[in-house]
Write a new protein. Structure first.
Length: 519
């Protein structure tokens, strides 16, 4: 656990200090030295108040009665320049003694954006005033600005957390598989290892579901069983539902399969569930159900004339506050919300509507004040078997090729090497992008595949891949990451590189490596 903490501490993009109760720095990470433009050793032993200008020193002094705090301030570099930062303090225990964790996050870009937005707002307000539409125009602009800021924060947080968390899950899942291969069928530890392995894979699934929020993805349709999708989401839905809400799932086993993107359908379900929960602040009941229906033109009011045929119907019903006819006419409009400014973005239902429409379906809403609401998602039914959820059950062919592995997280690198060597591959390790390129230049033997993490300090995986391909024409490239949005995936595909997401199992890694080499 200490090794994992040190890895996260050293690789964090935020400047992190550990102080004693008097405020003197006991340790700091490389990002702290970069932020303050000095050597790491020059920071250790200094008082935290010396890291900020005099007028902000009270922001880094921890109140004895506070366990944690969040503020904004300025960091003071060795050359006299300052950087706007978000300052977080938290009381912790370090080496068995009380200590303070001090986190500096560079918010220069956010401040620049805020200043730019303030200037833009002023210009717009003047123009709107001249056209006698100041009040309405300012309201719409402010809503969009707030949403842009929230989405930027969510995206940055999700990316950083997912990358680190998926690295840890990769190690947990991989080490469990190594142990499962070594333990005999009657070993007393076998059930415990299998339980950890199953829990880690479920945690990986939860991470994937959380990352669907705020992500705009190109649809990747598959044949899905809605009942299986809902059942697999049961854990995350229960974690959202409070004790004063009764939850029930009524799933018709004969429900038609549908052709849709699994991640996007999961996002639709979560958005509708969260919307229902918010409508029941004092509690109530929430029911998710599935069924079939044959639609005919003019049979049901779906806003647009539906394409006739069989449909799988997913319904989310709540006993909450309900909505008036006026509210119902606006619920799918972007940025429209009936919640307070700090509680609703107005994008949940509009996003759900867009996903369903792209999947060839429709959403119908039935509600009235005080009578709750029912959202019905109609998706075209298909009479085909659902696609297998993954290929982890397949055993990948072995190989004898040479793989150059570039990964700056030591625990992940060691595990990945072991998984590949167990399948017959020869592995050359590189702890950084620069080291990987040095191997490409100096290694006298053949390198068949470069397997590189995308997010690494100084030289990232894209740069490693491009430089390796230049030095060794024809070498195959497989990139891996714990977080990859659609932009990253498109960039990888544009360069002709393959990609595997963390966390991966031994089988999925073996299959992807074999696929990349044989393609």
């Amino acid at each position: 656990m200490e090794d994992l903490f040190r890895t996260l501490f050293e690789s964090s993009p935020d400047a992190i200090f550990i102080e004693d109760p008097q405020g003197y720095v006991l340790d700091c990470n490389p990002a702290a030295a970069i932020l303050h433009r000095t050597d790491r050793n020059q920071l250790i032993g200094r008082h935290a108040a010396d890291l900020v200008p005099p007028e902000y020193r009270s922001k880094v002094v921890t109140n004895p009665d506070e366990t944690s705090s969040e503020r904004e301030g300025l960091s003071l570099a060795a050359d006299g320049t300052s950087t706007p930062v978000g300052i977080r303090t938290r009381r912790i225990e370090y080496l068995g003694k009380p200590a303070i964790l001090l986190n500096f996050r560079d918010i220069t870009e956010r401040k620049r954006l805020e200043e730019h937005l303030r200037a833009s707002n002023e210009t717009l307000r003047n123009e709107i005033a001249e056209r006698h539409r100041a009040e309405e125009g300012q309201r719409q602009l402010q809503e969009q600005v707030q949403e842009a800021q929230r989405m930027e924060s969510v995206g940055q947080l999700s990316g950083g957390v997912a990358h680190d968390f998926n690295n840890l899950l990769t190690v947990i899942i991989g080490r469990c598989e190594v142990m499962l291969d070594r333990l005999s069928g009657n070993h007393p530890m076998l059930p415990d290892v299998m339980l950890i392995h199953d829990a880690a894979k479920k945690a990986a699934g939860v991470t994937r579901q959380l990352l669907t929020f705020g992500r705009k993805r190109v649809l990747q349709p598959r044949i899905l069983d809605l009942n299986v999708v809902i059942s697999n989401m049961n854990a995350i839905m229960l974690s959202l539902i409070s004790e004063n809400i009764q939850f029930k799932a009524t799933l018709n086993p004969g429900t038609w399969r549908v052709e849709a993107d699994r991640g996007q359908i999961e996002q639709v379900i979560l958005n509708l569930v969260v919307n229902a929960i918010d409508a029941m602040p004092k509690g109530g009941s929430l029911e998710i159900s599935t069924n079939n229906e044959d639609l005919e033109v003019g049979g049901i009011d779906l806003g647009l004339p539906p394409k006739p045929g069989p449909y799988a119907v997913l319904s989310v019903r709540d006993t909450g506050d309900g909505m008036s006819a006026e509210t119902l006419s606006h619920i799918f409009e972007p940025f429209f919300t009936t919640k307070g400014a700090s509680k609703g973005t107005g994008l949940g239902l509009s996003t759900a509507y867009s996903i369903v429409a792209q999947s060839g379906g429709y959403i119908r809403t039935v509600s009235s004040p005080g009578q709750g609401a029912t959202f019905q998602v109609y998706l075209p039914g298909v009479d085909r078997m659902a696609d297998a959820p993954n290929t982890e059950h397949l055993d990948a062919p072995r190989g004898m090729e040479t793989v150059l592995l570039a990964e700056d997280a030591q625990v992940v690198r060691k595990l990945t090497r072991e998984l590949l060597e167990n399948r017959g591959y020869r592995v050359i390790e590189a702890a950084s992008g620069e080291e990987a390129i040095q191997v490409c230049e100096t290694y006298s033997g053949r390198i068949d595949l470069v397997l590189s993490d995308v997010i690494m300090t100084r030289m990232n995986g894209h740069e490693v891949a491009r430089e390796a391909a230049r030095i060794r024409p024809g070498v195959r490239v497989l990139l891996m990451s714990g977080y990859a949005d659609e932009i990253m995936r498109n960039q990888i595909a544009k360069n002709g590189f393959k990609f595997i997401a963390k966390p991966f199992t031994s089988s999925t890694l073996g299959l992807k490596v074999r696929e990349t080499l044989d393609n």
